[in-house]
Design a protein around this ligand. Sequence first.
Ligand code: SAH
Length: 219
Amino acid sequence: MPDPTDQQRDAMVANQIEGRGITNPRILEAMRRVPRHRFMPQRVQHLAYQDRPLPIGHGQTISQPYMVGLMTHLLDPQPDDIVLEIGVGSGYQTAILAELAAEVIGVERITPLAERAARLLADLGYTNTTVLVGDGTMGLPDRSPYDGILVAAAGPHLPRPLLDQLADEGRLVIPVGEGRKQTLIRAVRRGGSLHIERLTSVRFVPLIGKHGAGGDAQI
Ligand code: SAH
């Protein structure tokens, strides 16, 4: 049976993603495939393919499709990569990453969101995702180093543990800043040094944790 959301997804990818310059065919295909509407509460599902973030409960939001496309493009996940995602929220970005990388480990601090995302990812047949509850600003040293780390919430600075857990040539994509003044940053580890790019102004919910907003860790 044809899925009526297929058309909406094709239009979303054509207009909002490809139309704004993201051309990597693997990313476009992943965004055509993942049923974005399933990742949000029933009452906003009819808005799922619009060009905007949407509420997912607990004061959190699912990112705008373009932001997911842009962050995925900056992370550049490869088929053999192990990716750490901080701020799983709805699990939508997790699913996109799972389409593109070997394994995705997600951390979310709000238990009901983590549980819902884990259940949905399993229902959709993903076998290469793990969702854990905790403070993602600490990273997850046990499984490090990571080829990519994607953070979907904004902290006051680059969390030290995440930089330490990057593999050589590993990429960290994260919004940094507070309130309305946030910048999307990509940090790439090259041997002992970090190559840092400041990309564009963004607006994310706060990254709350020891190395985030309200944290007491020194940079
Ligand atoms: N990519 C998600 C974004 C959700 S919003 C989506 O599109 O659905 C960001 C999420 O980061 C929220 O769910 C919030 O609870 C979570 N978050 C904030 N600080 C965190 C931390 N220190 N560790 C893990 N998750 C955190």
